[in-house]
Design a binder for this molecule. Structure first.
Ligand code: SF4
Length: 766
């Protein structure tokens, strides 16, 4: 029985097992189907997502580069400008035997990197004339105080002495007229430089609009904001808007009558002053040519009238040429945002294992094309074949500052570093607008000196004419020359002092507003509030150039003193690079700031010195100051703000145009006049005192950091007193009614009023 039962039980178990296995099998099938469905779905999602991502990346990538240049037959014009031999009798003058040895040249250095590299040059090449040796040897025109030289006509040159009737010019011009004319001509030269630069960017955008340059502009939001300022209807396609912007801006240069439309961005009270004293600029070229003409013999013979015309011309720069260049550059390449990079010479800046190309080029399109060409496969292959890991681009001077601002590329140094950077022995090419002396330094190494524009040729340099229609090809030709020099590099002669330091750049007006208020409260109310409550004493812009061989690092000493006195520092041009090399462009430098300023900086994570870009970026400062006036609480005009401008060193005439523009915009400007002769009683009285009654700005002279800081702090305190914010205000207790009134008055920044966020929304939809 039991066996029978057991067999039955076993059969049942066997049947159950069989059913179980069947169920398991069908379950497995369902599971398998589910898995394969899931797999299919996931793969599909990934594919779609990947496709979307790919499209997005390609779109972004396309926007970030030149479109493929299809035309292959184009030839880029390359020309070596040979050094012509001097006349025989001239060459006898500079025999090596007559040149002083390095030890006899006593040169001071504000910067140890420069000191090391110039030491090398003077030690290894005692017969070489560096800029510093030339500065020691060259006698700067000796003109006594109260004397001015006039070269306006061929009856001269005349040496005119202040207040001496018999020592007027042959034509009867007195010292005030001659010094005003000299000054005005320099201002006109400065404005013309910025105007030509701006025109080149307008031309580039014009060619992009016509489809002749294979490049897509970057900042659509900025395009709309700029178009809005020009009164252009925004209900059109971006291409149409750009077309209209280019058209309208092109006309501004040649406008003969009326008012410069961009000057209408200034505060209303300032515009009224410009109209009242007839300095409201018309077209940019009109102001330049008229100023030059006025200063000719027999035209304008009244010094004051000439100085007024200089102010008008300078306004055509700051609120015209420089502003156009800045805004269009932002549209073309993107508005700068804070970015970290290295400054000064160091092993991460000049790379021992790469082809180093130093870019000192003003044209942003050239720099942009070089960036792209440095990543081109053909160039990379060539570099590798030559034994290098690739091509390393390094910025230099103001132009370097522009690259740095947008891309975070390293900057080897200021304008004064042109010779020193070659002395590292590891630079294959230096490209751009340079001083002529670099050719003889480059000839002692393997460095190619390359210019890119036929208007800036140089004996001994190679001109690779930058063909704007074929930017990539032009840039590749430049890099091919650089790569070909790599094999000529003598590795035993490389000397790279490792002194680079980190810096943050990219404080455009928009970036500053974002840093101060975030995306939805972008504006400057935090800045104004902290000036009003006294945590920030005021603002000083340190602008201007860098001079070869200066002993005192005046910009750096000045900036340190200012921030320790709670003055927030803005900076542009080569000054900004020098301040970066001193470690002042990083948030950590706020440790050097006074208690109030440090508290604000630490709260918003900002450095005490804000790098706003190259010298054309001075127009960004005008935008920021106008925004501060619009924010309210600090007066109704720029001249009421506790803000001051200083140019401790200047080299280029552009600096004089900057000075006059800020003066006529209501700001005091302190600068070292150097050998600029305005030492005339009447001219000085006008620039120091009289002009302040008209526009609120004036000029002061200073040489040392102490002199500068004394004038700056006194001026800021004077402005605070005039505003009534020099004393701590008694605390006010608000009742509900007062709070409601406060809510009604709540400030809306002009950037919001201008439709900034509507534009932003459109952009995000696009
Ligand atoms: S314009 Fe008069 S001051 Fe000047 S160079 Fe001629 S003559 Fe002399």
């Amino acid at each position: 029985m039991s066996n029978k039962n057991s067999t039955k039980e076993l059969r049942e178990i066997f049947l159950s097992l069989k059913t179980g296995i069947k169920a398991l099998k069908s379950g497995m099938e369902v599971l398998e189907k589910g898995l394969s469905k899931l797999e299919k779905d996931i793969l599909n999602i990934n594919k779609e997502t990947l496709e979307k991502l790919h499209k997005m990346i390609s779109k972004e990538f396309e926007a970030l580069k030149f479109v493929e240049e299809k035309e292959e037959s184009v030839e880029i014009k390359i020309e070596k400008i040979e050094i012509e031999p001097e006349m025989e009798e001239k060459s006898e003058v500079s025999k090596p035997a007559e040149i002083e040895s390095a030890e006899e040249i006593k040169i001071g250095f504000y910067n140890k990197t420069l000191g090391k590299l110039y030491d090398r040059l003077h030690r290894e090449f005692s017969d070489l004339y560096t800029v510093l040796k030339r500065a020691e040897k060259t006698k700067i025109g000796e003109v006594d105080k109260g004397e001015v030289i006039c070269r306006v006509c061929n009856m001269g040159p005349c040496k005119v002495v202040e207040g001496v009737e018999e020592l007027k010019g042959i034509c009867g011009a007195d010292a005030s007229l001659v010094s005003a004319r000299n000054f005005a001509r320099l201002v006109a030269a400065g404005v013309s430089a910025q105007a030509d630069y701006a025109k080149s960017i307008v031309e580039t955008l014009n060619d992009i609009v016509k489809g002749e340059i294979p490049f897509k502009f970057r900042d659509k939001r900025k395009l709309k904001m700029f178009a809005y300022a020009l009164g252009i209807n925004l209900e059109k396609s971006e291409e149409e808007i750009l077309n209209e912007v280019v058209d309208k801006i092109s006309k501004i240069f040649f406008q003969q009558k009326g008012e410069l439309i961009l000057a209408h961005r200034a505060p209303k009270t300032l515009i009224e002053k410009w109209r009242k004293y007839e300095v409201m600029p018309r077209g940019i070229d009109r102001e330049i040519t008229e100023l030059i003409y006025r200063t000719s013999l027999g035209v304008d013979q009244y010094y004051k009238n000439i100085l007024f015309a200089s102010l008008r011309c300078a306004l055509a720069d700051g609120w015209g040429a420089s502003m156009i260049a800045t805004e269009l550059q932002d549209i073309l390449l993107g508005t700068p945002q804070p970015v970290r990079a290295q400054v000064n010479i160091g092993k991460e800046v000049i790379r021992e294992d790469m082809v180093n190309v130093v870019v000192c080029e003003e044209d942003p399109l050239v720099a942009e094309a070089l960036i792209q060409a440095s990543k081109d496969l053909e160039i990379l292959k060539l570099a590798k074949k030559a034994g290098a890991k690739g091509v390393n681009l390094v910025g230099l001077g103001c132009a370097g500052n522009e690259i740095l601002m947008r891309k975070g590329f390293p900057v080897a140094g200021s304008f004064a570093y042109q010779e020193a950077v070659i002395a590292t022995g590891a630079v294959e090419a230096i490209v751009g607008r340079l001083i002529p002396n670099v050719v003889q330094i480059a000839n002692r190494f393997h460095t190619a000196v390359i210019t890119t524009n036929p208007i800036s040729l140089m004996e001994g340099a190679i001109c690779v004419e930058f063909n704007r229609k074929y930017p990539l090809k032009s840039a590749k030709e430049i890099l091919k020359i650089a790569v070909s020099r790599y094999s000529k590099r003598d590795s035993t002669r490389i000397y790279i002092p490792d002194e680079a330091i980190e810096a943050i750049s990219g404080f455009s007006a928009e970036a500053l507003m974002y840093v101060m208020g975030g995306r939805f409260r972008a504006g400057l109310s935090i800045l104004s509030e902290n000036i009003i409550n006294g945590k920030i004493l005021g603002i000083a812009l340190i602008s201007g150039c860098d001079q070869f061989g200066a002993n005192e690092n005046v910009q750096v000493e000045l900036a340190k003193e200012l921030i320790s006195n709670n003055v927030l520092v803005f900076s542009t041009g080569c000054s900004a690079i020098k301040l970066g090399m001193a470690g002042l462009l990083v948030p950590e430098a706020s440790q050097l700031a006074g208690e109030g300023l440090r508290e604000v900086l630490e709260a918003i994570g900002c450095p005490p010195v804000l790098n706003m870009g190259s010298c054309v970026s001075n127009s960004r400062v005008l935008t920021v100051l106008t925004e501060m006036v619009n924010t309210g609480g600090l007066g109704k005009d720029i001249c009421e703000l506790p803000v001051i401008i200083c140019l401790p060193q200047w080299v280029n005439e552009k600096a004089l145009s900057t000075i006059m523009c800020f003066v006529s915009s209501g700001l005091q400007v302190v600068f070292d006049p150097g050998n600029l002769i305005v030492e005339n009683k009447k001219t000085n009285k006008f620039l120091f005192e009289e002009v302040e009654k008209y526009f609120g700005g004036s000029i002061r002279f200073a040489k040392t950091a102490n002199e500068f800081s004394g004038i700056i702090i006194d001026r800021i305190k004077q402005k605070r007193k005039e505003l009534g914010i020099d004393q701590l205000r008694p605390r006010i207790f608000y009742d509900m009614a007062m709070r409601r009134t406060l809510d009604e008055k709540r400030y809306i920044s002009s950037i919001h009023k201008s439709g900034f966020f509507e534009i932003l929304e459109n952009r995000s939809i696009n």
